[in-house]
Design a protein around this ligand. Structure first.
Ligand code: GLN
Ligand code: ZN
Length: 766
């Protein structure tokens, strides 16, 4: 009977780590205070797992910021600009890399596979010196041992570490990062030796890149790395852990052939094909299979009966004593503890399991395999599964029927985009290089307070509406003064672009403490989509009409698109994701049509997160893009030619999905552009034809810096070199919600001036 947990959330059940970090960063508490909070969190997590009966308890899955950055620290691979000169890496250097300091920006951050977690990208080159410079893994192992718990220290594997790195500034883009393997392994050997000396009997190497489409050269690196480490492994049990998707057949073949490895961990929730591989290709005899049957990416209670039968089918392949029940990935991608949910009703709660509950599930499965099935626990799980299947709160026949009816058509607008743009221009009569913003205006303390008080029922609806109306009117006046062409209402009534809609749609539930780490101390609280989605009544028409009544300029209706709502929520697992997405699309479609009927001529449907849902395997990407783009088109296929549909995206790495973006068939797209050295424009330089309106962001709203008129004009000029004058829009990179008015006013003033200068130039060039 054995149970294992791949990793555990670090933030704490009430985001204790977040608050401790932020207070330390603000200089309000000491390093010791922070270390104390961290140690308390670690010890309570270890004890929780030990008490639950987990056999293989991970350590070193705690992090003050990010586990990849921890590995960079372990390897001493600090970029030279941070001025570190050796010795154990302390908070100063560590947090400078993570967050930047007074004189230096932070290292780049990017998404961890297809999750919403972001890691700090290592910057390496031929001159990077590696030396063992953070003993965190060993000290945490010892810390747990002192509590009487013999843990499995977890390290990011050396090959994944290198594959997730990028060439440092000044290093050739083509630099072979894997050529650093030997140097990196030298440090790993020291770490392994020290862990062994401290008493570790197992080490877990996380090698999640094994689920990617790797080429034979990359796979070869795994063989090389682990052969090189083999001698260090003597007297130790080594587990190679993978997660997030199927392990492709070639990768499977490569790793099960590795010598010196005792166990392999697989995600059997997302990796159903891996399950087939294990059964068809076999599993090396005498090795442990860590079977990830409990989903670390979601909040649903496990279907224990079904998992048990999967596990039983594996027993015959790997042998009873070699099967270990595990989670599909680290539990850091799910919420922490259901116990702290005071607002969810009991029925919904019975369908859920957060990290703390998943530990219990893992253990119950392991015990059941060993012949000690907790009948009562399995029984109550089975009835919860049954209640979820039959609950009238989950199923809405009408919605099901409407969504099923969608598949026959691809929902395109009747007229092509250039004819639509002509028709729209006749009504809107915009200047060339029209200016606009992405939606939100600064969320002042006052705005937040009013929203909070209304939610807490401390102020009446009337008071709330009046306060919001005043705010909207202020934002409208400001935009008129700035002479912006297409206005927004500023979104003061919204806390979050997904939550705002989820709260008004049926089929969504909200947690109080269901936080998931996004990066550093930042957490998100995804809504839970538990049932068929429908829209009981109009969601934004009231605010948008109010805003439109305040101005004669076009006011953009502002919606979040179905794919983004889907990708930023915990999604039901009892139907395919696309079914849920189509349902949301239908709900948004009715909102679009209500806005149009209320006289709103420009409607923006944000798809900030469309790219995030892209599957890790190339073979699955086309299918995703197909239904995602289709869902977007469903929302606006029914509007008149004269209604202008905008969309907005928060990323610039879209060269590989440009054809899908064109296929969305929006009239205008505004898109992030300035943070990424204008990589976005290269796709047009390479000759991709884009006929719709496009507004590549002219300045970065993530920074407090105010761009000058010249700088913005220069950016627009660069865009004009690759895009037709009549399709170009001028706008910032993203919403202005996190900025302050003293930054926003001058920045937008300069943006409008730049647009006007260029209009003049274009007119005189005619
Ligand atoms: N309309 C939203 C805003 O401006 C878009 C935010 C986003 O793209 N993340 O806040
Ligand atoms: Zn954005």
């Amino acid at each position: 009977m054995a149970s294992h947990i791949v990793g555990y959330p670090r933030m704490g059940p009430k985001r204790e780590l977040k608050f401790a970090l932020e207070s330390f960063w603000d200089g309000k508490s000491s390093a010791e205070d922070l270390q104390k909070v961290a140690a308390d969190l670690r010890s309570s997590i270890w004890k929780q797992m030990a008490n639950a009966g987990i056999k293989y308890i991970p350590s070193n899955t705690f992090s003050y910021y990010d586990q990849v950055l921890d590995t960079t620290a372990m390897l001493g691979a600090v970029p030279t600009r941070y001025g570190w000169t050796g010795g154990e890496i302390g908070f100063d250097t560590y947090f400078s890399m993570a967050r930047g300091n007074a004189s230096l920006p932070a290292m780049e951050m990017t998404k961890w596979f297809d999750t919403n977690y972001h890691f700090i990208v290592p910057e390496l080159g031929p001159d990077t010196k590696f030396s063992y410079s953070s003993h965190k893994a060993v000290s945490e192992y010892k810390e747990a041992k002192a509590l009487g718990i013999n843990t499995v220290p977890v390290l990011i594997g050396p090959v994944s570490y290198l594959l997730l790195s990028k060439p440092a500034k000044g290093v050739e883009k083509s630099f072979a990062l894997l050529s650093l393997l030997g140097k990196v392994l030298a440090v790993y050997k020291e770490v392994i030796a020290e862990l062994k000396a401290a008493g570790a009997s197992w080490i877990q190497f996380d090698e999640p890149t094994l689920v990617m489409d790797l080429d034979s050269h990359q796979l070869q690196a795994f063989t090389e790395a682990y052969s090189e480490l083999e001698s260090s492994f003597s007297g130790l049990n080594v587990l190679i852990e993978t997660y997030f998707a199927d392990v492709p057949a070639e990768a499977y073949k490569t790793i099960i052939a590795l010598k010196g490895i005792c166990g392999f961990g697989f995600d059997l929730v997302r990796g159903t094909k891996t399950l087939d591989l294990i059964k068809s290709k076999g599993f090396p005899s005498g090795k442990f299979l860590f079977a990830g049957v409990v989903d670390g990416r979601n909040i649903w209670a496990n279907d224990l009966a079904s998992s048990l039968s999967t596990l039983e089918s594996l027993e015959s392949v790997v042998g009873k004593d070699k099967l270990v029940v595990s989670t599909s990935c680290s539990l850091m991608h799910t919420a922490v503890d259901l116990v702290n949910e005071t607002k969810l009703d009991d029925e919904i709660k019975s369908w859920l399991a957060f990290a703390a509950q998943k530990i219990v599930e893992v253990n119950a499965l392991a015990r059941a395999l060993a012949g000690h099935k907790d009948q009562a626990f399995f029984q109550s799980n089975a009835s919860a599964q049954a209640s979820r299947k039959s609950s009238p709160r989950v199923t809405n026949q009408e919605v099901q029927k409407a969504a099923a009816g969608l598949k026959g058509s691809d929902h395109r607008r009747a007229t092509n985009v250039s004819a639509r743009l002509d028709a729209q221009q006749k009504k809107l009569n915009l200047p060339v290089l029209p200016t606009t913003t992405i939606g939100s205006f600064p969320q002042t303390m006052d705005v937040r307070r009013v929203r909070r008080e209304y939610k807490a029922k401390k102020i009446s609806e009337e008071e709330y509406v009046n306060a919001m109306k005043a705010e909207i009117s202020k934002v409208v006046k400001l935009q008129e003064e700035l002479d912006i062409d297409v206005l927004v209402h500023g979104e003061p009534e919204r806390n979050d672009m997904v939550e705002y809609f989820g709260e008004q749609l049926s089929g969504f539930a909200f947690t109080v403490n269901g936080w998931v780490q996004s990066y550093g101390s930042r957490c998100v609280k995804p809504p839970i989509i538990f049932g068929d989605v429908s829209r009981p009544k109009a969601m934004t028409v009231f605010w948008s009409s109010m805003a439109q009544s305040m101005t004669s300029r076009p006011m953009k209706g502002m919606l979040t698109g179905p794919v983004t709502i889907l990708n930023w929520s915990f999604v039901r697992n009892d139907q395919p994701r696309y079914e849920t997405c189509y349902q949301i699309a239908l709900a948004i479609k009715t909102e679009v049509e209500d806005l149009e009927a209320a006289g709103i001529q420009v409607i923006q449907i944000d798809e900030a997160a469309l790219r995030e849902g892209l599957p890790l395997h190339k073979s699955e990407q086309a299918f995703y893009l197909d239904w995602a783009v289709h869902s977007f088109r469903i929302t606006n296929c029914g509007v008149k030619d004269t209604t202008q549909i905008h969309t907005h995206m928060c990323y610039s790495h879209f060269n590989d999905i440009i054809h899908s973006i064109i296929d969305m068939d929006a009239d205008v797209i505004t898109i992030e552009n300035s943070r990424s050295d204008e990589k976005l424009l290269s796709v047009f330089r390479e000759g991709v034809k884009y006929g719709a309106g496009i507004g590549p962001g002219v300045y970065d709203i993530h920074s407090p810096r105010i761009p000058s008129t010249e700088e913005i004009a220069d950016r627009i000029n660069k865009m004009l070199a690759v895009l037709e004058t009549n399709i170009l829009w001028v706008n910032p990179d993203c919403g202005l919600k996190t900025r302050k008015y003293p930054e926003v006013k001058p920045a937008l003033t300069n943006m409008v001036s730049a647009a006007k200068i260029l209009r003049k130039q274009l007119a005189s060039a005619k």
